[in-house]
Ligand binder design. Sequence first.
Ligand code: NAD
Length: 247
Amino acid sequence: MVNHELDGQVAIVTGGARGIGAAIVRALTGAGATAVIAGGRDTDGKALAGELGDRAAYERHDVGCEQSWDTLLERTTEQFGPPTILVNNAGIYRPGADVTDTTPENFDEHYRVNQRGTFLGMRTAAAAMKDSGGGVIVNISSIASHRPYPNQIAYSTTKWAVRGMTKCAAVELGAHNIRVNSVHPGFIDTTMLDAITDEWNAQVIAATPLGRRGLAEEVAATVLFLVSPAGGFITGAEFVVDGGLAS
Ligand code: NAD
């Protein structure tokens, strides 16, 4: 029997108020964990926490800010205990310009949330996990880290970085009983994809062997597997959830 039980585990899910993050929060709490929904979407975050009762709490959080991570760690530990699971899910996707037209501001914005945010999250949570005997980190990258797409150099760069940082952290943290893996969604049906044109959406679906966008729940199921005892011997690995698009 495959063991997905998370009783007694304490999770932080960044960007957990909606989309893929909310599906991850539901999957982890459904398996027995308590979860902190961390992000800047107060209405959605509080509503999800309310729905999940004493299994979850919402905390306002900015992944790009070091101080915000210190506060989040403190609040998580006070409410539920030290974190044993971190899912670095928060991300932004603001494509549309080629390499010559991408502004340095657009580049920096993506860096701050997707790359620096993931680094700060691992840095903060892994320190706490080292002290408490171990843990699991999952970083949400993208298939944009496996193949190039036009007009999104800023986004893609950060997702390649997430892929690399995951492997660096995995080799350093294994000795501390901390596993670190990355998940690479393809085109998943969330509001993030409102940024793409209808024409591109149709092309992507036509190029996807399974012929559709994925569901947030299908990404969450992979995260649940990775953080659970079923994934206990997996670290430094990449899990593509894309309906075959990148193959
Ligand atoms: P989404 O826009 O619904 O979720 C992103 C979340 O990140 C939001 O809750 C947002 O408030 C939060 N966020 C943004 N900046 C933040 C900050 N500074 N601090 C804290 N939280 C912040 O989109 P989604 O599709 O659910 O995306 C989740 C993750 O999956 C992202 O990392 C995204 O890059 C990745 N991804 C999504 C797709 C897709 O097709 N939807 C594909 C590949 C990868």
